[in-house]
Design a protein around this ligand. Structure first.
Ligand code: 5GP
Ligand code: ZN
Length: 120
């Protein structure tokens, strides 16, 4: 199981990826897993995470950047399939000050309402 090779045993999203904590699946392949956010901030709000444990965008390097590229292909595909053509936002919080509460890289995909800028 290649997706289980780089796992943090104490990580919430590693447990969700492994199916040890239930989640509402949106999409899955060998590299990534997408599931609905438990506390949605928009009518559409799901998270896309790599199956391997990567701490945040700050830990992306030559050894794992292909995973991030793949995730953005998946986001484009899902946005088309889910009809998010009116617009959507992709957010990844990095570190405590930016509001990262789960230290496993994840991309929020938010849609279905008007968005404001700058973000809070
Ligand atoms: P962050 O705050 O790190 O940017 O995003 C973490 C996100 O994970 C939050 O939006 C939060 O609602 C979501 N979350 C936290 N715990 C769980 C959980 O157990 N299941 C699901 N589906 N989402 C979770
Ligand atoms: Zn993890």
């Amino acid at each position: 199981m290649p997706e289980m090779t780089k796992r943090d045993p104490d990580c919430l999203f590693c447990k969700i990826v492994a199916g040890e904590i239930p989640s509402s699946k949106v999409y899955e392949d060998d590299v990534c897993y997408a599931f609905k956010d438990i506390d949605p901030q928009a009518p559409v709000h799901f998270l896309v995470v790599p199956k391997e444990h990567i701490k945040s965008c700050a830990a992306v390097d030559g050894s794992n950047s292909a995973v991030v590229g793949h995730i953005f292909e998946v986001i484009a595909k899902l946005s088309a399939e889910l009809g998010l053509g009116d617009g959507f936002r992709v957010v990844s919080n990095v570190g405590e000050q930016a509001g990262q509460s789960v230290p496993h890289l994840h991309f929020h995909v938010l849609s279905g309402r008007d968005m404001t800028w700058p973000p809070g």
